[in-house]
Design a protein around this ligand. Sequence first.
Ligand code: CMX
Length: 416
Amino acid sequence: MRGLRAMLWDSSVLDPEEASHSLYMPYPYLSLFLFVHDQGIRFHGLSIPDCQKALPAAPGGKEIIAESMLWLLLTGQVPSAEQTQQLSRELAQKGNLPPFVEKLIDSLPGTLHPMTQLGIGVAALNRDSSFQAAYERGIKKSEYWTYTLDDSINLVARLPALAARIYRNVYKPGAALPEIDPNLDLVGNYSRMLGYGDNHDLTEYLRLYISIHGDHEGGNASAHTAHLVGSTLSDPYLSYAAALFALAGPLHGLANQEVLRWQLSMLKEVGEEVSHDTIREYLWETLKSGQVVPGYGHGVLRNPDPRFIALQEFCESKPELLSSPIIQLVKKTYEVAPNVLKEHGKTKNPYPNVDAASGCVLYHYGLTEFKYYTVIFGVSRALGCVTQLVWARALGLPLERPKSYSLEAIEQLASK
Ligand code: CMX
């Protein structure tokens, strides 16, 4: 269904070709670093660099924060610093989990994948859905959106406490979980609850990561799932839980975990002194064994993902990141992989997507539990999904129900 125009999704738009003007370079791989990269995805018309200039940061920080991105996605307007801080305070006030959800999460085995735990926790939050309660009372269709907004803000507010609790239970059992600090932004609190509050650079990276992963048009699997399930008037918690299980697939959000696993096994096989030739051989080995190269390709984009470029720029602004072996390996891989994928000849986009870069910085900073990485993506993707649930209810969008065909009918169509 690629290219099929079938959905309303107002908050962001992808353009497959927009970022296509690479400067001439005598060495083709170097041109990857010089793409005019400020396009390809726009949030209400603003590219990522536009957002980095216009959207307020956290006090003491420089990167976009989740609150300012959420405000932009919901309203189409750039918030002031005061509005952003007001939203931070509201989210902090609403951020605690109901005790029964804490108990539920604590009862899950540490062997259960963190994404499965996140989906379970988000679905359970629907016990307190104001949309569901109002629907049972009997409300007019024109009022649906207000209760959807209420649930959506509560969901976004509670995700950090839920995600941090899962991290603590699976990887640091017995460690204390700090209380939510009412003076911190959403991601500042998340980083603190994960145990990285003192690491300013990692917290800033998480702010950027969570803001730019927040929305990616409506047709990607997680956003589309939220929209489809929401169209049945499931509340935002159930709709977003469903979206998380789409995000948990290795062709979608789980790719960031897969990239790390793949890069680390490359390191193990070829050693630290890795050359372009050994990477090329490893890439061919992966492709010849019938696997995809994780972190490369995209359903829509036909150039390097602008989110990948933004994360690379974050690395380039910090010299200690550039000397990190895992970050160097990711960088070297993308100096080689596009040409190998072009030669392989299958993928329509041989360039890196966001997952190619997102995990290596976390790994460098010590957040090495890569099975957890998609949970961070899951904290982020809520921003876009809930925004569009609110608008779908405000605009009275209908139940989604495309037509399907039987195999026989398809054969008949093909024979005409
Ligand atoms: N490595 C090897 N082969 C690839 C490939 C890759 N990275 N990307 C695409 N291909 C192959 C496809 O498997 C397909 O092969 P078949 O014809 O044998 O089925 C062919 O190239 C054409 O695929 P496409 O039209 O280019 O890509 P799709 O729109 O079907 O799929 C995506 C897009 C992202 C699923 C795919 O590129 C992929 O599997 N990439 C690796 C996994 C990944 O990084 N996913 C994360 C995407 C971003 C996100 O959602 O977070």
